[in-house]
Design a protein around this ligand. Structure first.
Ligand SMILES: Cc1ncc(C[n+]2csc(CCOP(=O)(O)OP(=O)(O)O)c2C)c(N)n1
Ligand SMILES: [Mg+2]
Length: 320
């Protein structure tokens, strides 16, 4: 059970992610961004709720819609905006101007691998390393509905099951893979049901209900830590904007978006906290203000930071 302090913490991380995302989209629309970027809108409850179930010692391998996970694990908005703007003090020191490549093992975050779902076998490798070392640690990774149709998804889950690995896989089912709707890339209606093909638990959860995501993730993380093996969690949500900043998503029916907008994860949690008397409007507003200030500071800091020295471009590059 979450206490009220924890519930307000979840609210804080979700709002920080939302405001960061909105400002990131604004910046790109103003031509102040570099490269492409992926909106997180609609995914906040999943990335925050699931990572909140991890201990600091656990390892996470996020994907491109898991900004909330990076922030919650301790990657500061300044460092992430620095990365997005390709600055020398960004997480990848200017080698990537994206939400990719933002690994920091001091925070137990494995950098996102752009190929989908190639972060999955890496997370499995980490999970197995904990078993070999007799450490009570867990690896969590995130992937998409589209990526769940790729071969590596199945191969990883199969090996994780056979090895009884302490691995939690979260599939963020946001109904689309780029412009491809679910029904055009899989016949089944439940990704969680695929877990039975590997002999592991498969859980389906409302990805817009942060406490439901947290509860499912916590149960899976606890089971993995006890030696109970891997879990596949399918979290249902909607990608509220295009695949990336260049994509207007005209192919997504407007009424579908309007329907999901009613169930916006931040709005849902705001109502829940108010109804339960966890906080009043003034207190929630104070949190929103705090997040807005942090994001504004991060943008200013990143924009004023230097670009990297071209001489360091090959430092840390092991293959090409
Ligand atoms: C192996 C591979 N093929 C193609 C791509 C290009 N690509 C990047 S994101 C994406 C769609 C992914 O959809 P999904 O897994 O549902 O995640 P979402 O973007 O919806 O969160 C594609 C095809 C890639 N990154 N890796
Ligand atoms: Mg998708």
């Amino acid at each position: 059970m979450l206490d009220n302090e924890q519930r307000l913490e979840l609210f804080y991380w979700m709002v920080l992610t939302r405001i960061f995302d909105e400002e990131m989209v604004n910046l790109w629309k103003q031509g102040r961004g570099l490269g492409g970027t992926f909106s997180q809108r609609g995914h906040e409850a999943i990335s925050v709720g699931a990572s909140y179930a991890l201990a600091p010692d656990d390892v996470v391998a996020p994907m491109h819609r898991d900004l909330g996970c990076y922030l919650l694990r301790g990657m500061t908005p300044r460092r992430v905006f620095g990365n997005l703007l390709g600055r020398a003090n960004g997480v990848s020191a200017g080698r990537d101007a994206n939400l990719h490549g933002m690994g920091d093992m001091s925070l137990n975050i494995v950098g996102f691998i752009s190929h989908l779902p190639h972060s999955m076998p890496v997370a499995l490798g980490m999970a197995q390393s904990f078993v070999y070392r007799n450490e009570k640690r867990v690896a969590m990774t995130f992937t998409g509905d589209g990526a769940s149709s790729a071969g590596l998804f199945h191969e990883t889950l199969n090996m994780a099951a056979v090895w009884n690995a302490p691995l939690v896989v979260i599939v963020e089912n946001n109904q689309y893979a780029y412009s491809t709707p679910l029904e055009q890339q899989m016949k089944v209606t439940s990704i969680a049901a695929r877990a039975s093909g590997y002999g592991i638990p498969g859980v389906s959860v409302d990805g817009n209900d942060i406490e439901a995501v947290y509860a499912a993730a916590k149960e899976a993380v606890d089971r993995a830590r006890r030696g109970g093996g891997p879990t596949l969690i399918e979290a249902h949500t909607m990608r509220m904007l295009g695949h990336a900043i260049h994509d207007g998503a005209e192919y997504v029916p407007r009424d579908l978006l309007a329907e999901w907008e009613q169930r916006d994860p931040v709005r849902l949690y705001t109502h829940k906290l108010l109804d339960a008397g966890v906080a009043d409007e003034t207190e929630l507003d104070e949190i929103r203000q705090r997040c807005a200030v942090e994001v504004a500071d991060a943008i200013e800091f990143a924009e004023q930071s230097p670009l990297p020295d071209p001489a360091i471009v090959t430092v840390g590059v092991y293959a090409d």
